[in-house]
Design a protein around this ligand. Structure first.
Ligand code: DQA
Length: 154
């Protein structure tokens, strides 16, 4: 069975309450339930995690390596825009990683249009709400590894 680690960064524990006009009405638990259902259908074992602390997120990425995870889906929250430490953790473990965002980070404040994490990820999905997570899981389920040399998803 393939294993995917879903890692959520700061303030995502407040989804549903936090700026629902931007992030939607679903709570993180709602997103988790949905994703766990989808994972069952794909025969994927899911680990779903949230932390407000940079170091804990880095430990979680290391754990994915130690426990031989096949893929990582990460919403780094505001760390997206400045955490070189999370970027280095991702590039250290060589696990196909997809960065996701609920909102379209390119249509908001200027500082959000820069991700220091995306260059070391296999791909990025932004602006699809909770479906950003589902799209990332789908890609990993059908074997997306970040190698697009054969034309990407086939
Ligand atoms: C976010 C976008 C980030 O800019 C923001 O800091 C978040 C959430 C998103 O999912 O849209 O915390 O990652």
């Amino acid at each position: 069975m393939r294993k995917v680690s879903v890692i959520n960064g700061p303030n995502l524990d407040l989804l549903g309450v936090r700026e629902p006009g931007i992030y939607g009405k679903l709570s993180l638990q709602d997103i988790r339930n949905r994703l766990e259902d989808e994972a069952k259908g794909y025969n994927i074992e899911l680990d779903f995690y949230q932390s407000n602390h940079e170091g804990d997120i880095i430990e979680k990425i290391h754990e994915a390596y130690k426990n031989k995870y096949d893929g990582i889906i990460i919403n780094p929250g505001a760390f997206t825009h400045y955490s070189y430490a999370i970027r280095d953790a991702i590039s250290s473990v060589m696990i196909p990683t997809i960065e996701v965002h609920l909102s379209n980070v390119y249509s908001r404040e200027e500082f959000r249009s820069k991700s220091v994490i995306a260059p070391v990820c296999a791909g990025q999905i932004s602006g699809l709400g909770a479906d950003s997570y589902s799209a990332a899981l789908f890609a990993l389920a059908i074997g997306f590894s970040g190698d697009t040399s054969e034309g990407g998803l086939q």
